[in-house]
Design a protein around this ligand. Structure first.
Ligand code: XUL
Length: 516
């Protein structure tokens, strides 16, 4: 089996991994950080920080320049792209790129003596791209929902209620504030399909994984939903690329990359997906049964779903699973944000969150509970104005550490039931996943073993695995090769702990309910 390249265009960086599917090894890895390596865009964290009223945009030319820079620096360091048989990628979800009709012709005839940015800058009909952090479209969400009979209908059709960061409301806003530029737009791509098109040298499809994050795709049909598209903006259907299954091969890589970086002219391009669908693959969780918890600034919970279901409360999302079927994604805003707030309040180190630190307090914290919502939470949608405790006396530092962790993972348990997934294992990823104490609380709250995988950047690895899968590779074999638990890293639940949390969950749900 061949070498495959997985790219990951995330909020802050563009990274690449080359997987040798014979040996099961990652043979090359590299990354470009937008803030450090491309400082002239003045977007130190990958987006313009001067946006007002919740607007968060990024410069799409920065993503193009990053692609040239990354491939160039890999080639210089001796990477042989001629051995790569297929390439796919992962993009931060929801972000959109607005292009004139000439984009298709331009990417079909790129000159390898010039760069991507210079040749494609003139194709942008909107200079900046709204990204997933943008929350400026409350009004447009309400308008779209009202036009199709309410959020219940939006959710039943698209897998999510109308969400500010999702692409549909962002497109609607653009069509309202700049109708002329909207009219000049020939094609609207996601970050994923934009970069996939550049690699393929032609406009390619949006996959069902990322397409589901737009509030425009009919989840059951895997096609654009006429009602949602019409409710979003005039003439939108002609501007949307087609939708296709994630394992779609879009043809050989554009000559630009052959001439400039030494790719083989027979290297296949596979359409890209969103970072969460790619992570599902990269975490070895493509089949139902495994729950993945990603511990980041926000925490996310995702899992393959045995059947399509939507969250009756409207907090969770359903996307296409790149391996076929569906996946869920639930996002909790107060992730490391809340853990760090406790750490800072008591001037603690991370060892306070390790097993030894947690040993100072009992499982269940003697009944003390915390709603760990330092910032307004989105699951559930609740603004408590800061954390709330179930007792009046001020908790100690040790009690607060346990309370924030138990509160976070009980809140996850309280909100993932609609998936219909009874997890037999939980895999954790993200910065805080290395912490044994945090992993132990997760194992105890869910009552199942917790694995830490040996995957450096699950979205990029998942993109590479998707490329191999599209070429005919066996996904189970790819998972066995690339998604193994790190040796000695599995944490088993402690005896009796699950029973404590089963009882506590009922009280926690009541406590949540009291907040209205
Ligand atoms: C998911 C979401 C984020 C982005 C981050 O709905 O908004 O996870 O995909 O890259």
């Amino acid at each position: 089996m061949p070498n495959v390249l997985g790219l990951d265009s995330s909020t802050q960086s563009l990274s690449a991994v080359i997987l040798d599917t014979d040996s099961g090894e990652i043979i090359a890895e590299d990354s470009v950080n937008f803030g450090n390596d491309l400082p002239h865009y003045h977007q130190p964290h990958g987006y313009d920080e001067s946006g007002v009223n919740g607007e968060v945009h990024a410069n799409p030319l920065m993503w193009l320049e990053a692609l040239d820079l990354l491939l160039g620096q890999m080639r210089e360091s001796g990477v042989d792209f001629s051995a790569v048989m297929a390439v796919s990628g992962s993009g931060q979800q929801h972000g959109s790129v607005y292009l004139r009709s000439c984009f298709g012709e331009k990417i079909a005839a790129l000159d390898s003596a010039q760069d991507l940015k210079g040749q494609l800058a003139g194709c942008l009909s909107r200079e900046s791209s709204p990204i997933w952090m943008d929350s400026s479209t409350r009004v447009e969400c309400e308008e779209v929902a009202a036009a199709v009979g309410g959020d219940k209908n939006v959710c039943a059709k698209s897998g999510s209620i109308a969400i500010e960061r999702f692409t549909g409301s962002q497109i609607r806003k653009f069509s309202k504030i700049n109708p002329r530029a909207y009219a000049e737009t020939g094609v609207i791509h996601l970050v994923s399909s934009f970069l996939a098109s550049v690699l393929a040298g032609k406009n390619v499809a949006i996959d069902h994984g990322d397409g589901a994050g737009m509030n425009l795709m009919n989840l059951a049909a895997g096609e654009w939903d006429e009602d949602l598209v019409n409710a979003t903006a005039d003439g939108l259907v002609e501007k949307l690329p087609p939708l296709a299954p994630s394992a779609t091969i879009s043809g050989p890589i554009s000559p630009y990359f052959v001439e400039k970086y030494g790719f083989s002219p027979t290297c296949e391009t596979v359409i890209w997906s969103g970072d969460n669908p790619c992570s599902l693959i990269g975490m070895g969780a493509a089949s139902p049964g495994k729950l993945v918890i990603s511990l980041g600034t926000s925490d996310t919970v995702f899992a393959a779903m045995p059947e399509p279901r939507t969250d009756p409360n409207g907090f969770g999302h359903v996307f296409g699973n790149p391996a076929g079927g569906y996946m869920s994604l639930i996002c909790f805003k107060n992730g490391s944000l809340a853990r760090e707030a406790v750490k800072e309040e008591f001037d603690l180190g991370w060892e306070a969150f390790e097993k030894e630190g947690l040993a100072a307090t009992p499982t269940g914290n003697g009944g003390l509970m915390m709603l760990p919502f330092y910032e307004p939470e989105i699951t559930p949608r609740l603004d408590t104005g800061g954390p709330i405790f179930s007792q009046e006396a001020k908790p100690s530092a040790e009690q607060s550490v346990r309370a924030v962790l138990e509160g976070q993972f009980l809140n996850m348990r309280a909100h993932f039931g609609w998936l219909g997934v009874e997890p037999t294992r939980v895999s954790i990823t993200g910065g805080a996943s290395a912490n044994d104490g945090i992993a132990q609380v997760i194992a105890n709250v869910f009552g199942v073993p917790v694995d830490r995988l040996d995957v450096p950047g699950s979205a990029g690895v998942g993109a590479g695995m998707r490329a191999a899968h599209a070429l005919g590779g066996n996904l189970a074999e790819l998972e066995a090769a690339f998604c193994q638990a790190k040796e000695g890293s599995t944490i088993e639940p402690e005896a009796g702990a699950k029973a404590v949390y089963d009882e506590m969950l009922v009280k926690f749900e009541g406590f949540l309910g009291e907040q209205g």
